[in-house]
Design a protein around this ligand. Structure first.
Ligand code: SAH
Ligand code: SF4
Ligand code: F3S
Length: 466
């Protein structure tokens, strides 16, 4: 079930707007908000709603926490390091409360859904005013309104996992956009905390997504990434009334000059139809992010991934047969409990066979509450790091080779920023998502351009033709 904007939301927005108008008058400047985003693209997309709400509440946006009136920290829980980082950053805001007792400090995102972390924030971070989970995002104005009206510190439990539509979005970029198509995850990979902190899968209605994409294409957005933990199961809770290939096909029909991307796909259910919709629609970027996690069938089974190395390689083959230029990227975890040297070598083997354009390697981090974290055959840190280094070394070689294959070709790129490297003046991204340093004065940020690739290394492509 989807829901729109609620009456308490509107009351809170209006109440805070009035409160902020009075303070603006008093202080001669508008109150400001600082939003810090940790974690993945889902959190970035959520933060764009938080900044959208902050603007509706009459705050201006600040890019530093100093001197602001509202701080929102959007946390991640995927690995221990992510949580430690969040806690240490929150720790740095203590002195801001001492300087300005009216400041409101809110912490949200995946880490707050872990009761031990929520308790820690409650007991050891007394200057944190509000703690709320990802399913309560749209209630932020209510929490702030209650707090400025003198309520106790707020620790909200996520109790309503329906999809909230209609929240304002302040996008970071004027040409790249995230569009969430679904929330949550049902897969319960044995190492992963996401299903516990983001709840079960729920999909947005296709008409809401199509409407949003049509609007942003109309505003000039050029690069649109559809987001979900496992986009292949989009619509599965509707018993097949709608599905991801169908959604992608409808979106690709929208008029305009734009590219569609999506992430993430689970290898267990990449359908032939998805591959053909990608191949047949020019607007769908020829990039597939397909997390492998491990090349050992034993480890994959223990990870509860529901595919084996053969099925994985079969999908890679199908993708390459349908789209010879496709870029394939992956996530890999090293040091899963019980991973033997042989298991790890199987991962290296499949990495070689799959010829990924790039990988995101991760060292296994036990997450309390997940089945893998209860195992007693943990891999020593030194072994994990050694495997991690070997994997990177291998992939660096392969990435270089994959990038060099583009030498001499003319490709379409979206120019997306200024380059700090080599001769480059600008940076851009190819259809496959590869970074290109462009040495030309003729291109413009936010626009597509055709350039010739004249250089390549492990990390990037280069275009040196003026
Ligand atoms: N939904 C996506 C990925 C979400 S998390 C998918 O299924 O592919 C992004 C990546 O973090 C995962 O692909 C995995 O490689 C990594 N990851 C998740 N849990 C982890 C853990 N406990 N330790 C190390 N890496 C982990
Ligand atoms: Fe985590 Fe697996 Fe869900 Fe991805 S599919 S979010 S790795 S449980
Ligand atoms: Fe993303 Fe981290 Fe949550 S990776 S889904 S922000 S745990």
């Amino acid at each position: 079930m989807n829901r729109g904007i609620s009456a308490p939301y509107l009351t809170a927005i209006n109440g805070i707007k009035e409160y902020n108008a009075v303070r603006s008058e008093r202080d001669g400047k508008k109150p400001s908000a600082f939003v810090l985003t940790l974690g993945c693209q889902q959190n970035e997309a959520d933060s764009e709603k938080i900044t959208g709400m902050a603007l509706s509440m009459g705050y201006t946006l600040s890019d530093s926490p100093e001197g602001t009136d509202l701080i929102v920290v959007n946390t991640c829980a995927i690995r221990e390091h992510a949580e430690q980082r969040a806690l240490s950053l929150i720790g740095q805001y203590k002195h801001l409360k001492a300087v300005n007792p009216d400041i409101i400090i809110a912490v949200c995102g995946c880490m707050t859904a872990r009761s031990e972390r929520a308790d820690l924030l409650k007991n050891s971070y007394p200057y944190v005013d509000i703690v709320f989970g990802t399913a309560s995002l749209q209630r932020l104005p209510e929490f702030i309104y209650d707090r400025i009206n003198g309520s106790k510190r707020i620790f909200a439990e996520d109790d309503d996992y329906s999809v909230a539509e209609g929240l304002p979005i302040k996008r970071e970029s004027s040409f790249k956009a995230w569009v969430s198509v679904m929330y949550g995850c049902n897969n319960f990979c044995s190492y992963c905390i996401v299903p516990y902190v983001r709840g079960r899968e729920r999909s947005r209605a296709p008409e809401d997504i199509i409407g949003e994409v049509r609007d942003i294409v109309g505003e000039g957005y050029k690069d649109i990434t559809l987001l979900g933990q496992n986009v292949n199961s989009y619509g599965s809770e509707t018993g097949g009334k709608f599905d991801f290939p169908g959604l992608l096909e409808s979106l690709a029909k929208i008029d305009g000059d734009f590219t569609l991307r999506f992430m993430t796909s689970h290898p267990k259910d990449v359908s032939d139809r998805l591959i053909s919709v990608m191949a047949e629609n020019e607007r769908v970027a020829k990039h597939f992010h397909l997390p492998l996690q491990s090349g050992s069938d034993k480890v994959l089974r223990e990870m509860n991934r529901k595919y084996d190395s053969q099925k994985y390689l079969g999908t890679v083959e199908k993708l390459r047969a349908a789209m010879p230029d496709i870029a394939i990227t992956s996530d890999i975890i090293v040091g899963f409990p019980g991973e033997s040297e042989e298991d790890f070598e199987m991962t290296l083997e499949i990495v070689k066979k799959a010829e990924f354009d790039m990988i995101y390697p991760f060292i296994y981090s036990p997450r309390e509450g997940t089945p893998a974290a209860r195992r007693e055959d943990m891999i020593p840190d030194a072994v994990k790091s050694e495997r991690f280094d070997r994997l990177i070394l291998l992939q660096n070689e392969l990435s270089k080779k994959k990038n060099e294959a583009w030498l001499g070709r003319t490709v379409k790129v979206l120019v997306d920023g200024m380059s700090k490297k080599g001769n480059g003046l600008y940076t851009g991204r190819t259809d496959g998502g590869k970074l290109v340093h462009i040495n030309s004065e003729k291109v413009k940020i936010g626009e597509f351009t055709e350039i010739k690739i004249t250089g390549a290394d492990t990390y990037a492509l280069y275009s040196d033709e003026k």
